[in-house]
Design a protein around this ligand. Structure first.
Ligand code: NAP
Length: 244
């Protein structure tokens, strides 16, 4: 069988990096997107190659339709014989603030990076997945998009939006054997949460700790695999029991 290909956005650090390492270990050729941190992206790819895996880096801003078109579209055009089997829409940012103080730029940039990106990147791959009758799309959402979070009106709106889009797209494309699911992490130890008071906040978590990116990657790998062949339109929480 031909080597399968997975595109992971936001793959240079945190959860996306762990997902790339996991999928590469499972035999996927991984296309690792990042926006600016080339050093970390190169280090992640090196780690994969040293473990015997294969991948390549794709630098573009997921929130820019023009960059997605130019870089991802360019890769697709240059590799017509190498369709992408798995898409992990993982890149995301926070710009936390109480809404009353939130600048319009912070509303717009979070919407662009976390929500518009879902549309820009997914649309590029969808037609081929439908024609091949094969594809898995996994969207990284958040506990904040499920229950809401004070100080995160912008971020929660994007993640809630992607949850609704996940369910809707799953209904559109299920007949063509394309599955669409979401993973909703709680508190995971990455740069995104490094300023959090972990010692205090972990007491809210039934498992009494923050999660590791690798624990999220396991669920993504499951959703990418045939083991989840009858699951679509689903949101799987990885939050230590914080919310269900
Ligand atoms: P992180 O450590 O801050 O890493 C973010 C990644 O996204 C980096 O690889 C970054 O690339 C990339 N990125 C950011 N903006 C981008 C853009 N415009 N275009 C392309 N790539 C971009 O974040 P994380 O904690 O791993 O979070 C990953 C996903 O999980 C996000 O969607 C986040 O909302 C979600 N999540 C995280 C947690 C948590 O507790 N950590 C909880 C719930 C949900 P550069 O290195 O180039 O900047």
């Amino acid at each position: 069988m031909m080597e399968q290909i997975a595109l992971i956005t936001g793959a240079s650090r945190g959860i996306g990096r762990a997902v790339s390492i996991k999928l590469a270990a499972e035999g996927y050729h991984v296309l690792m997107n990042y926006r600016s941190n080339q050093q970390e992206a190169e280090a992640a790819l090196k780690e994969i190659e040293q473990a015997g895996g294969s991948g390549e880096l794709l630098c573009f801003d997921v929130g820019s339709a023009a960059e997605v078109e130019r870089v991802l579209g360019g890769w697709l055009q240059a590799h017509p014989e190498r369709p992408i089997d798995v898409l992990v829409n993982n890149a995301g940012i926070t710009k936390d603030n109480l809404m009353v103080f939130m600048p319009v730029e912070d509303w717009a940039s979070v919407l662009n990076t976390n929500l518009n990106s879902f549309f820009f990147v997914t649309r590029m791959l969808l037609q081929t997945m439908l024609l091949r009758r094969q594809g898995r799309i996994i969207n990284m959402v958040s506990l904040s998009g499920q229950k809401g979070q004070s100080g995160q009106v912008n971020y929660a709106a994007t993640k809630g939006g992607v949850i609704a889009a996940t369910k809707s797209l799953a209904m559109e494309v299920g007949k063509k054997n394309v599955r669409v699911n979401a993973v909703a992490p709680g508190f995971i130890k990455t740069e995104m949460t490094e300023h959090f008071d972990e010692a205090g906040m972990k007491r809210m978590v039934p498992l009494n700790r923050f999660g590791r990116p690798e624990e999220v990657a396991e669920v993504v790998a499951f959703l990418a695999s045939e083991k989840s062949s009858y699951i679509t339109g689903e949101v799987i929480s990885v939050n230590g029991g914080l919310y269900s």
